[in-house]
Ligand binder design. Structure first.
Ligand SMILES: Cc1ncc(COP(=O)(O)O)c(C=O)c1O
Length: 431
C-alpha cells in the first residue's frame, strides 16, 4: 500500500492523524515500515538516518542483534507473569549497582508512571503534599507532572497552572515551580514552604539546559536541611550521560531516581529506585490501612521481555569506550553546527551535551532556564527539523537530536552536511 494511502487511513482513525504530540506536516509526513541499525525506512521506500531514536530508547539502534536474540528467547518462554521473574530481578540488581541512589527498585512500564510513583512515595514518606519542580522540565503525562511544564509568567513563581485540558485545576496548589538554575528563587520558595514540601523533582539535563555549577548541590542541601525528598528524573540521562547517569556526571546523589528509555532496550519498561526507607512506603506487606502505604502496582510491572531487552542493552553500554564515543560525537556536532551558525550569520546555540543535543535559534549567549529557551525562535527550529527530514535525516522538529552507538562518522557527516545546507538555503533566508 502506498504511503499516501496509509497516511489517509491514519487520518481517519487517529485524531489529528497521529498518536500523540509528535506529528509532521504533509510535506514531511511518513509511515515507518522498519528500522535497521541507524536507519529507518518509510512506506515510499525512502531511507533516513535516525537521530530521533524513538525519542531516545534506541541507543543501540534498531534491531540490535544482542537485543533481538534476548527478546526472541524470552518471548518463547513467556511474556508476562505478574509474579517475580529472573530477568526482572537481574535488571533491578543492575539498577542498584549503577544508580548512585539505588538501594531498592520498582520496575514499571512508562517513564510517566515512574515519576508519578516517585512523587507519591515522597508524599507518603514525608506526610506532606506539595512538590517543587522546575519550569519547563518534562516529567511525563501524569496529572501532577502536567503542572508547570510550560512557561509561567515570571512574576507568578511558584504558582503553576495545568498544562492542558482535563487536568484538575485545584491540583495546581500541590505543584510549585521555580526557574531552573536559579538557586536564589528556589531557596526562597523552599524556605517559605518547607513544612509542606514532600519533594524537589529535577530533570537534570532539563530538555537541553545544562545545570550551572552548584545548582544541584544547593538543591541537595535544601532537601537535607528540611527533610525533603530529592527526585532526579533520569529518564533521558540514565545510562546515557554516564553509566551512573546524571547523578554520576554532575556529581550529586538523589534520594529517588526514575529511569526509562535507555533502560528499556526499546521495549515498554521503566524503573524507579532509591533509598530503602523512602521506597519502603511501597512495601506490599504494609497493612492496607497504613496511611503511608503507596500503591504502585501494574499488570505489566517487571515485564520480562522489557527486562531482557534492557539487560542486553546495558551489557553493550557497559563495554569500554561507550561514553567517550557518545561524547566525542556530541562534541563534534556541537562544535561544527556552532561554527556553521557563525559562518552563515544565523544566530544559534547548540544546547545539551554528549548524546543529547538541540539546535536553538537564538541570539542569547547562554540558555539557563525555560524563559531563555522559550525566547528562541520555535518556527525556525520547526522548519529546520522538517527540512532535515525532507533530506533524509530523521530528527524531531520540536525537540532533541539523539546520538547512538550505531551512528558512524559517516552518519554524522551526513547530519552536518545536511544541517549546513538547510541553514544556508532555508534558515538564513527566513528573516
Ligand atoms: C525527562 C522525561 N521524564 C519523563 C518522561 C515520560 O516518559 P514516558 O514517555 O515513557 O512516559 C519523558 C519522556 O519523554 C522524559 O523525557
Amino acid at each position: 500500500m502506498s504511503q499516501t494511502a496509509l497516511i489517509e487511513r491514519a487520518e481517519k482513525v487517529f485524531v489529528g492523524g497521529s498518536n500523540g504530540e509528535f506529528r509532521l506536516p504533509p510535506e514531511a509526513n511518513l509511515v515507518v515500515t522498519h528500522g535497521d541499525g541507524a536507519m529507518i525506512y518509510d512506506a515510499s521506500g525512502r531511507e533516513y538516518v535516525d537521530f530521533l531514536l524513538g525519542s531516545g530508547p534506541m541507543i543501540l539502534g534498531h534491531g540490535h542483534p544482542e537485543v533481538v536474540t534476548a527478546v526472541t528467547r524470552q518471548v518463547a518462554r513467556g511474556t508476562t507473569f505478574m509474579a517475580l521473574n529472573e530477568p526482572a530481578i537481574r535488571l533491578a540488581e543492575r539498577v542498584v549497582d549503577a544508580s548512585p541512589c539505588g538501594e531498592k527498585v520498582r520496575l514499571v512500564i512508562t517513564g510517566s508512571e515512574s515519576i508519578q510513583f516517585a512523587l507519591r512515595a515522597a508524599r507518603a514518606f514525608t506526610g506532606r503534599d506539595r512538590c517543587l519542580r522546575f519550569e519547563g522540565g518534562w516529567h511525563g503525562v501524569s496529572d501532577s507532572a502536567l503542572h508547570g511544564a510550560r512557561t509561567l509568567d515570571p512574576g507568578d513563581y511558584p504558582d503553576t497552572l495545568p498544562d492542558g485540558g482535563g487536568i484538575p485545576r485545584n491540583w495546581s496548589a500541590d505543584m510549585l515551580a521555580a526557574p531552573f538554575n536559579d538557586v536564589g528563587r528556589a531557596t526562597e520558595i523552599v524556605e517559605r514552604h518547607h513544612g509542606e514540601l514532600a519533594a524537589i523533582v529535577i530533570e537534570p539535563l532539563q530538555r537541553c539546559i545544562l545545570p550551572r555549577p552548584g545548582f544541584f548541590e544547593a538543591m541537595r542541601a535544601l532537601c537535607d536541611r528540611h527533610g525533603i525528598v530529592l527526585i532526579f528524573d533520569e529518564i533521558v540521562t540514565g545510562f546515557r550521560m554516564a553509566w551512573g547517569g546524571a547523578q554520576e556526571r554532575y556529581g550529586v546523589t538523589a534520594d529517588l531516581a526514575a529511569y526509562g528509555k535507555t533502560i528499556s532496550g526499546g521495549y515498554p519498561l521503566a524503573a524507579m529506585c532509591g533509598r530503602s526507607d523512602v521506597m519502603d512506603v511501597m512495601n506490599g506487606w504494609r497493612p492496607a490501612d497504613d496511611p503511608k502505604r503507596v500503591i504502585a502496582s501494574g499488570t505489566f510491572n517487571g515485564y520480562p521481555v522489557g527486562a531482557v531487552a534492557g539487560l542486553a542493552t546495558l551489557d553493550v553500554l557497559e563495554r569500554p569506550g561507550t561514553y567517550k564515543r557518545l561524547f566525542a560525537m556530541g562534541d563534534r556536532v556541537t562544535r561544527e553546527i556552532t561554527a556553521m551558525g557563525e559562518r552563515l550569520s544565523v544566530p544559534l546555540l547548540v544546547g545539551g551535551e554528549g548524546p543529547v543535543l538541540q539546535v536553538l535559534f537564538t541570539s542569547e549567549k547562554e540558555i539557563v532556564d525555560y524563559g531563555s529557551m522559550f525566547r528562541a525562535d520555535k518556527q525556525k527550529a520547526y522548519v529546520f527539523g522538517v527540512e532535515m527530514i525532507k533530506r533524509g535525516l530523521f530528527v524531531s522538529p520540536y525537540e532533541k537530536i539523539y546520538l547512538s552507538l550505531v551512528h558512524t562518522d559517516g552518519h554524522v557527516d551526513r547530519l552536518l552536511e545536511t544541517a549546513e545546507e538547510v541553514l544556508r538555503d532555508v534558515i538564513a533566508k527566513m528573516d
